[in-house]
Design a binder for this molecule. Structure first.
Ligand SMILES: Cc1ncc(COP(=O)(O)O)c(C=O)c1O
Ligand SMILES: N[C@@H](CCCC[NH3+])C(=O)O
Length: 465
C-alpha cells in the first residue's frame, strides 16, 4: 500500500528531507534497517528474537534497548570469516557489557578496549588478555601499569610521553609489551567532523606528514621493554566505501617501507581501524564485510608488491558494524503535538519516554534514524513526524524525520532500529534520567544483560548534604 495521495502530501504538507520516502507498507519493516530476526506479526507487533516487543515492554518497561543476540553473533562471525586472515578486534566502545564481551570471545574475535572500565569488563567476562587491545590518547602511568600487568596483547600508543610511560611501566614490571603506533594518515573521511579521525587537525595519532610517526617508530624500537608490532590507522566512522582505507593503507605502508629502508625493520603488522558504516535510514547502503575484505586485501597486496614489502599481518577494529544493527530501542509515546510552522505546514512532534540521554547521536552528530510503530497495525495515512525525548533541550531529538501513521497516539510503542552502537555506551543521566536496560532476545526468550538504573543508583554517588 502506498500513500502517495495521503495526508502528508496535501498542499503545504511537510515532505521531509529529499531521501525520505513514505513507507510502501507502514505495517512492514524496511528489512536492511533491522536486525535479522525482526519482523512484524499480523497484529502489527514488532517481534525480535522471537519476543514481541509489547510483551517485552510490559515485563521490562520502556525505554529499553533490545539486543538481538543471534544477529550480533552473526555479524561478529561474518567479520571474522570475511577477514579470516586478519585479527578482528571488536571495538568495545560501541557497546560493551560482560555478556557481550563473552560472545565476542566465543565467536573468536579479539576485543579492543580504550579505558580502565572497558578493560575491567573484558577481564570480568574472562576474555583472554592476550586477545585484548588497548587504545586511548591520554593513558596515565597507573593505567598503563595495570594494562601491562593484566597481560594485554597490544597497546596502541598515541603520544611521545605515552611511549616513555609505557616503557617505564613495562620495565618496572619486568615485561615486554607489544605495541602498535597510531598514525594519522591525513585522510579526510567523508563523515561528521567529530567522528573523522585521520585528518591532521585533531587529537589522535602521530602525523605521518610531519615526521612524528617515523620518530615514534624509532623511539619504540629503541625502548628495551617495548616490542613494535606495526602501525595503526583509524580514519573515522560511518564510512561506506574503501577509498579512504586505500589512501590510508598506501600512506601507512609507505612508512613501513621507510622503517625497513632506514631502520632495517620489517614491521609484521598493520591495523586499518574500524569505521565500517551501517544503514540508519533508507539512504544508507553499506558494503558487506566480504566485499570490504576483498577490496582492502587487494589494496594492501598491491601496495606491498609495489614497495617490495612482505604483506604484514592485518587487523581491523569494527564496532558499529557489529553492534549497531543488532539493537533497537523501544519507547512509549507520551504526547503527540501537531505544530504549525511558518507557511502553514504541520510537523507532528511525538514525545517518547527517553531521548538524548539514551541516544545522543542525533543531537551530537546530526545523525539520522528511522522508527516504526511497534505494538499495533494502522491503516491511517502517514504524517511526517519528529520523535523527541523528554529532556529540557529543544535539540532533544531522537528521529528527525519519519513518516508515522497519522493516528499515532499516547501509549503507542515506537521502536528505533540501529541503536546498538554508541547509544547505551554514550548514554547519560541528564536530568537525572535513569539509563535504560539492555535486554537480550533470542529464540523467544528475553533476558536482562544490563538492568535499568534506579533512583537509588543515582543517589548512591551523591554523598548527601
Ligand atoms: C581506534 C578506533 N578503532 C575502532 C573504532 C570503531 O569504529 P566503528 O565503531 O565506527 O567501527 C573507533 C571509533 O571510531 C576508534 O577510534
Ligand atoms: N561515537 C561515535 C563514533 C566515534 C567513536 C569512536 N572513535 C558515533 O556514535 O558515531
Amino acid at each position: 500500500m502506498t500513500h502517495e495521495a495521503g495526508w502528508a502530501h496535501a498542499p503545504g504538507a511537510l515532505r521531509g528531507p529529499s531521501w525520505l520516502r513514505e513507507p510502501v507498507d507502514p505495517n512492514a519493516l524496511v528489512p536492511h534497517l533491522w536486525s535479522a530476526t525482526a519482523h512484524k506479526d499480523a497484529s502489527g507487533d514488532l517481534v525480535v528474537g522471537g519476543v514481541a516487543l509489547p510483551d517485552l515492554a510490559a515485563e521490562f518497561n520502556t525505554p529499553a534497548y533490545v539486543l538481538d543476540e543471534a544477529d550480533f553473533r552473526a555479524r561478529a562471525r561474518a567479520f571474522r570469516e570475511a577477514f579470516a586472515e586478519y585479527d578482528v578486534y571488536y571495538a568495545g566502545k560501541a557497546f560493551l557489557c560482560t555478556a557481550v564481551a563473552g560472545w565476542i570471545a566465543e565467536e573468536g574475535l579479539h576485543l579492543d578496549t580504550c579505558s580502565p572500565g572497558e578493560l575491567t569488563v573484558a577481564l570480568r567476562a574472562g576474555v583472554d588478555p592476550a586477545m585484548v587491545g588497548y587504545h586511548g590518547n591520554n593513558k596515565s602511568l597507573p593505567e598503563l601499569r595495570r594494562v601491562v600487568d593484566a597481560g594485554v596483547g597490544r597497546v596502541v600508543v598515541d603520544s611521545f610521553v605515552e611511549i616513555e610511560r609505557l616503557a617505564a611501566a613495562a620495565a618496572d614490571l619486568g615485561r615486554t609489551q607489544t605495541v602498535m603506533v597510531r598514525v594519522t594518515a591525513g585522510v579526510e573521511a567523508h563523515t561528521h567532523e567529530y567522528i573523522a579521525t585521520a585528518h591532521e587537525d585533531q587529537k589522535f595519532g602521530f602525523s605521518i606528514t610531519s615526521g612524528d610517526a617515523f620518530e615514534a617508530v624509532r623511539r619504540v624500537l629503541d625502548a628495551e621493554h617495548l616490542e613494535l608490532a606495526g602501525l595503526h590507522s583509524h580514519i573515522g566512522s560511518q564510512i561506506f566505501d574503501s577509498s579512504g582505507f586505500e589512501v590510508a593503507a598506501r600512506r601507512v605502508l609507505a612508512l613501513h617501507a621507510r622503517a625497513a629502508a632506514e631502520l632495517g625493520v620489517e614491521l609484521p603488522e598493520m591495523d586499518l581501524g574500524g569505521g565500517f558504516g551501517i544503514a540508519y535510514t533508507t539512504q544508507d547502503d553499506p558494503a558487506e564485510p566480504a566485499r570490504l575484505a576483498a577490496e582492502m586485501t587487494a589494496i594492501v597486496e598491491h601496495e606491498c608488491r609495489a614497495l617490495g614489502l612482505a604483506r604484514p599481518r592485518l587487523s581491523i577494529e569494527p564496532g558499529r558494524a557489529i553492534a549497531g544493527p543488532a539493537m533497537c530501542t523501544v519507547y512509549t509515546v507520551g504526547t503527540v503535538k501537531p505544530v504549525r510552522l511558518d507557511g502553514g505546514a504541520v510537523r507532528t512532534y511525538v514525545s517518547v519516554d527517553g531521548g538524548m540521554s539514551d541516544n545522543i547521536r542525533t543531537a551530537l552528530y546530526d545523525a539520522d534514524y528511522s522508527c516504526t510503530l511497534a505494538g499495533r497495525r494502522s491503516e491511517a495515512p502517514p504524517v511526517l513526524a519528529r520523535v523527541v525525548g523528554k529532556h529540557c533541550e529543544a535539540g532533544d531529538i531522537v528521529v528527525k524525520d519519519e513518516f508515522l501513521p497519522g493516528d499515532v497516539t499516547p501509549g503507542d510503542l515506537v521502536a528505533v532500529p540501529g541503536t546498538g552502537a554508541y547509544c547505551r555506551s554514550m548514554a547519560s543521566n541528564y536530568n537525572h534520567a535513569l539509563r535504560p536496560p539492555v535486554i537480550a532476545v533470542r529464540d523467544g526468550v528475553a533476558r536482562v544483560l544490563v538492568r535499568r538504573e534506579t533512583e537509588d543508583d543515582l543517589l548512591a554517588t551523591d554523598v548527601g548534604a
